[in-house]
Design a protein around this ligand. Structure first.
Ligand code: PHE
Length: 340
């Protein structure tokens, strides 16, 4: 038995020496200590050993098992260290190497201006309302006091979708949708895309507007101008002023065109403002009584003002962009200039 034990130990050592990795080492170990391994077979064979010899036999086999277990455990530990070292050597990273650069995007100038406008008016307590881009004639025109035969419908060349559906020509449609749902006091800001069959250096068939609507008891044109002054100072420059000129919109009475003093020349007159010192920025006015009535708001109790501005136009003024097409061409040489 002693020699058999030594032989098994030698054999196991040789098998362990041959193993190149932990997997092979485990397999070698199983050949001796596994369920069908040699040592296990010896233990099973104990049945056939004479009863008086069994304790001594059992003791020797157990010793053998312990020796082998210790031998394999030591080698497993060494193997693990070796494999770990190899893995570390292989996976070594140079932490000082510069990372791969990803081109950084920038917000589109129209988005920048829209966000700024939302900031400014949200700060004055306006809530955002977004209406649908496909509208009915009723919301886009009729309810805004612009019946089918009204000449003002020609002011805005409309894309019709089918039947009474059209691509909204103005965010003013949102005024009606909100007033149908909500009773005064109202302070609404409605940004969105609008569409008109119009195409030149300052007009694009698709552009963005920002509509504002305030309805409450005792609202006056003075409130409108005060709020627009605040808007001009925050959007353009601390010294910006506004000027109201009489105008016409079917849904406001009186209606005004709002000019902001030219930020480029401080109102002295330059090429941007064509020597006038003023730049036309938006349309506005007191909400026409008929519009209030159409929405079930009593015009003898409530009054309001509305304004609508082109976001592209504001962006062009703010950033000195001379062609509206630059805003839709997606030329990164242009867009990159708005990175912060
Ligand atoms: N909807 C008008 C336009 O698109 C602008 C406007 C809005 C005027 C609200 C007055 C009041 O030209």
């Amino acid at each position: 038995m002693q020699t058999e034990q030594d032989a098994i130990i030698e054999e196991a050592q040789a098998a362990a020496d041959e193993a190149q990795d932990s997997r092979a080492l485990y397999e070698a170990k199983m050949k001796f200590l596994g369920r069908t391994g040699k040592v296990t077979a010896l233990l099973k064979g104990m049945r056939d050993v004479a009863a008086e010899l069994r304790p001594a036999f059992g003791k020797r086999v157990n010793e053998l098992r312990e020796k082998l277990e210790a031998m394999f455990a030591a080698r497993e530990e060494r193997m693990k260290q070796r494999e770990l070292a190899a893995k570390f050597a292989h996976e070594q990273v140079d932490v000082t190497m510069p990372g791969r650069r990803h081109a950084k995007g920038a917000l589109h100038p129209v988005t920048l201006v829209k966000n700024r406008l939302v900031d400014i008016f949200a700060g004055m307590g306006f809530e955002i309302f977004e209406g649908p881009e496909i509208e009915t004639e009723y919301y886009n025109f009729t309810a805004l006091n612009t019946p089918a035969d009204h000449p003002a419908r020609d002011m805005q060349d409309t894309f019709y979708v089918s039947g009474e559906y059209l691509l909204r020509t103005q965010t003013s449609a949102g005024q009606i949708r909100l007033m149908e749902k909500k009773k005064p006091p109202i302070k609404m800001l409605s940004p969105g895309r609008v569409f008109r069959a119009d195409d030149d250096a300052t007009h694009s068939p698709m552009f963005h507007q920002m509509e504002g609507l305030v309805v409450d008891k005792g609202i006056t044109l003075g409130d409108l101008q005060g709020m627009l002054d605040e808007f001009a100072r925050t959007m353009f420059s601390e010294t910006s002023k506004t000027r109201l000129r009489p105008s016409y919109f079917p849904f406001t009475e009186p209606s005004v065109e709002v000019d902001v003093s030219c930020a480029a020349c401080g109102g002295k007159g330059c090429s941007l403002c064509k020597g006038t010192g003023w730049i036309e920025v938006l349309g506005a006015g007191m909400v026409n009584r008929r519009v209030l009535e159409n929405c079930g708001v009593d015009p003898d109790v409530y009054s309001g003002f509305a304004f609508g501005m082109g976001i592209e136009r504001i962006a062009m003024l703010k950033y000195g962009i001379n062609n509206i097409k630059l805003l839709t061409e997606n030329d990164t040489r242009f867009l990159e200039q708005f990175k912060d």
